[in-house]
Design a protein around this ligand. Sequence first.
Ligand code: C2O
Ligand code: CU
Length: 571
Amino acid sequence: MRPFFAAVFFLYPAVPAGAASLPVPLGAESPRLKPFVDPLPIPRRIDCAGLPLEHGMATLHVHERQCRHVFHSGLPAALVWGYDGEIPGPTLELREGQALRVYWHNELPLSPLFPVDSPPSQPGICGRLPAVRTVVHVHGASVPGYAFGGPTRNDDGYPDAWTVPGETQEAVYPNRQEAAGLWYHDHAMGSTARNNYAGLAGMYIIRDAYEDGLHLPRGRYEIPLMLRSRAFNTDGSLAYPGAQTSDEVYGDVTDVNGRVWPYLDVEPGLYRFRFLNASTSRSYALKLVVPGGRTVPGPAFHQIGSDGGFLDRPALLNDPGDPHAPRLILAPAERADVLIDFSGCAGKSYVLDNDSQTDESSDEKPIPDVMLFRVGARLHGDSGAKIPVSLRPIPRLDPARALRTRRIYFQESESPGGAQTMLLNGRRWEDPVTERPALGSVEVWELVNGTGELHSFHIHQMQFQVLGRRAFNRFLYEKFGLVVFQGPWMPPEAGEGGWKDTVRISPGLMTRIILQFGPYTGRFVYHCHMLEHEDMDMMRPFDVVPAAGDNAKAAVFLDKNPEIKVPSPLE
Ligand code: C2O
Ligand code: CU
């Protein structure tokens, strides 16, 4: 071992020994592990263009299986659940407009990987539902809704439409949307956090001709980075506290593509990284630093894309010349497409550092470092890729055209049994649908976070735009339920200017988004993407209904904005 690694290990122990100021975690503390001894794995890639056709459509079979996985060479293999038994699942690569049918086979065992206890908010749920249930959702994909005015299809992965071991979910993905980094993961009602923590997640990349024209780094210069926070028991098994003991599971280490503290050897050239935060609850604020000198910055990040596609121009993050430069912040389920230029860095190493503000009142301990980049001496294949000056024009949705404005309150409530739970607008999952927007209509949603903690908001089918955030008076809110603003509107942050399907909902702020419903009708869901919250009922169904009546305005909107592409639904 080179002395460098020993030094890093000494400086950054896996578990901050005797750190008295840290709250005692509810879960187990992971065993001490050496950082940066295992290479970063790259998930298997499935090019869907090469798949066999069934009834004229590319068709793939994916098997959810229990298997053993090594998260770190210093840990025994852990039992996990993976798509095709892999952690992460295979990366599915598609071209825009190339429809894909997937048979998701549930071949898991009948007994769960972690102890199942009913969330305190849902006493008795275990008695009613099978302990092992799964359903797959492609996050960010535009697909027809669940069982609406037609045959019962489950393309979107409706949470109540789960399969049990031995069953199969058939789903069709039209992929009529622009190039973007999506992902697929489990979404079974009341079991989403556990199933994701067990490993059920993979990437889903859509490419198109516009992307081809940008000449971005490709092949081994384009690297997916799926971050998931974890904790391990001393026998190497995954530690997951039950819902009774924790509202959020933060873990104390991060795995990247299924390896804890990996290193990646890069060449001194331009790279494209597809970041995804697939953690159940943890957020990250990422930058590169010189090992052992947390304050010495590494190369900048040029963010070129967010959840739903490219930005209109690169957003500069982590500018080494500016100590206050914005970092790459990723709440659960957010993605970022990032270029990093390592030319001129030959022979150096950089730690991917996370200094996200952790929540002192909970069991969220800081995880300061994530992985290591080691820059080699020479660039072998120069693709000629450069950082583009401009990317993809983004048509702006105009709030003046919104048919209505809705408010969604993020609330901490008391459940019938007296336990704390997390709800949206005080409603439970099983309460009747309260939002029925018409196809094509535009709405502004005001997301009001009156809880003391961060949430992450996700809506199915649509990509939206962030309009801004504004602080409100917490006292008046708590006392009288009034939203009285204080301070000005704050514009979207760096990297939030493009299409989003997931957005950070910071405490004490109203976050405003604008969205247009479509292109498909049917039943969908919106929810907090902190998966423990989602399982506690911080999720609601909603319907996109066929256009009629007052939706004429929306039709005018579409006529006036022909650049907004509304693909026709699958026949
Ligand atoms: Cu990433 Cu409703 O999910
Ligand atoms: Cu939440």
